[in-house]
Design a protein around this ligand. Structure first.
Ligand code: PLP
Length: 441
């Protein structure tokens, strides 16, 4: 044990001197955990301590850690053919695109990139260029929702509706507008969920009208807002947004970066609502984060508008690493694991069980709401159950620290605005065993 402590201290010292961490600066009081090993839903740190990773890293490791099959296909593919730019093609990219088209039960063209942010940037550029080539070059605005997260690059961050993530980086990309998403827990007292959700969808219609309908290119939304606090809309909302988009010729971009690949108990989150997105973006669970890969899936009739008639009408976008052969091979094998082990169904069934088991927490004075779908759960903490005043950051931080001290990693919603980081999040690997589930609840 002592050797482990020294070992960890040395690593932390080197880490402090050399590694700039995501989101925060080095915190002397809580140096970062140095993770050594992962297996199933569990990770082990450099001191030999085990934690159930209730956040799947960053909502990503859907099939769990330590899958030899995934390591093996990556190894075999790298030996055979390590790289092809996607100006050309290769078999794993073709096979994966074909497979996704079968799963989506629609005709999509698959455009490969590296991260969720990339995939969304590609979607925005495609939407703008599509309209331009359709004779509607004035359509450049993208409507998104407050509280949603869509990525860290300038366009994806502009689409993001979390003010504190943008603070000091603005101005970002122009042309991004926001409306409030449905937050059923905080809807006006006495209003039915259906009416409330309809009204929230109509805010998108109003935005389109007041901004002038011929300037709107697309609406982007997650099927369920995840990092913004697990906000599950009523189906009425999603269907109505789709209807509004169709009415005004606005493309509907569905961000499945977290919701995809079983997270919500369906293969894709939008399948809960029986809608047909124009563009779908995917990352994270696509490879269960074994290798970086993302996708922008675009309806074929949109793709047809990119026929190059004048030398400028093709999609003039390239990235070096997108569609890496090993990453595509891993994604295919990852989907095979999801299918063979019925992990999407498991996410649905165990997710229901988890949500049920967690309901006891509502007896605590500061637990206001517990909501979820599949293996995606949000627990909203409040200071007062009548006023719904959000829980103070110290309370939220203490619960997260207590869970960690007891071997469970949980998360919280992103940097929306001051005072509203009060929603605990759970997004464990879909391969959790029954015992793992018991441990969480
Ligand atoms: N979209 C959503 C819904 C996300 O949660 C994220 C990342 O958390 C992104 C996009 C951006 O993905 P990446 O971090 O891979 O760029």
């Amino acid at each position: 044990m002592e050797r482990n402590e020294n070992f960890t201290n040395t690593l932390q010292q080197k880490d402090r001197e050399n590694v700039w961490h995501h989101i925060s600066m080095y915190n002397e009081k809580a140096p970062p955990m140095i993770v050594e090993h992962g297996d199933g839903a569990w990770i082990t740190d450099s001191g030999g301590n085990r934690f159930l990773d209730g956040m799947s890293g960053l909502w990503a490791v859907n099939v769990g850690y330590g899958r030899e099959r995934l390591a093996q296909v990556a190894y075999e593919q790298m030996k055979k053919l390590s790289y092809v730019p996607m100006t050309q093609s290769h078999q794993p990219a073709i096979a994966l695109a074909e497979k996704l088209n079968r799963l989506l039960e629609e005709d999509y063209m698959i455009f490969y990139s590296n991260s969720g942010s990339d995939a969304n940037e590609v979607a925005f550029k495609m939407a703008r260029q599509y309209h331009a080539q359709n004779g509607e070059g004035a359509r450049f605005k993208i409507i998104s929702r407050y509280r949603a997260y869509h990525g860290s690059s300038l366009g994806a961050l502009a689409a993001t509706g979390q003010a504190l993530r943008k603070y000091k980086y603005e101005p970002l990309a122009p042309g991004f507008l926001h409306v409030a998403p449905p937050d059923n827990y905080r809807r006006p007292k006495g209003q039915s969920i259906e009416l409330y959700n309809l009204e929230r969808a109509r805010e998108i219609e109003e935005k389109i009208i007041w901004e002038h309908k011929e300037t709107i290119a697309a609406v982007i939304m997650e099927p369920i807002i995840t990092g913004g606090g697990v906000l599950i809309p009523h189906a009425i909302y999603v269907k109505e947004v789709e209807r509004i988009c169709q009415k005004y010729g606005v493309l509907l971009i569905i961000d499945e970066v977290i919701c995809g690949f079983g997270r919500t108990g369906r293969l894709f989150g939008h399948q809960h609502f029986a809608i047909k997105p124009d563009i779908i973006t995917m990352a994270k669970g696509l490879t269960s984060a074994y290798l970086p890969l993302s996708i922008t899936a675009v309806r074929k009739d949109i793709y047809e508008k990119f026929k190059d008639t004048d030398g400028y009408s093709h999609f003039r976008h390239v990235n070096t690493f997108g569609g890496n052969p090993a990453a595509c091979a891993v994604a295919l094998e990852n989907i095979k694991i999801l299918e063979e082990e019925k992990l999407v169904q498991r996410s649905k069934d165990l997710g229901e069980q988890l949500l049920h088991d967690l309901q006891d927490l509502l007896e605590l004075p500061f637990v206001g709401d517990i909501r979820g779908l599949g293996f995606l759960v949000g627990i909203e903490l409040v200071e007062d159950k009548l006023t719904l005043e959000p829980a103070k950051p110290e309370r939220v931080a203490k619960i997260i620290a207590d869970c960690k001290a007891n071997g469970l990693i949980i998360g919280k919603n992103g940097d929306t605005v001051e005072g509203y980081n009060n929603i605990l999040t759970l997004s464990p690997p879909l391969c959790c065993t029954d015992e793992d589930l018991e441990f969480i609840s």
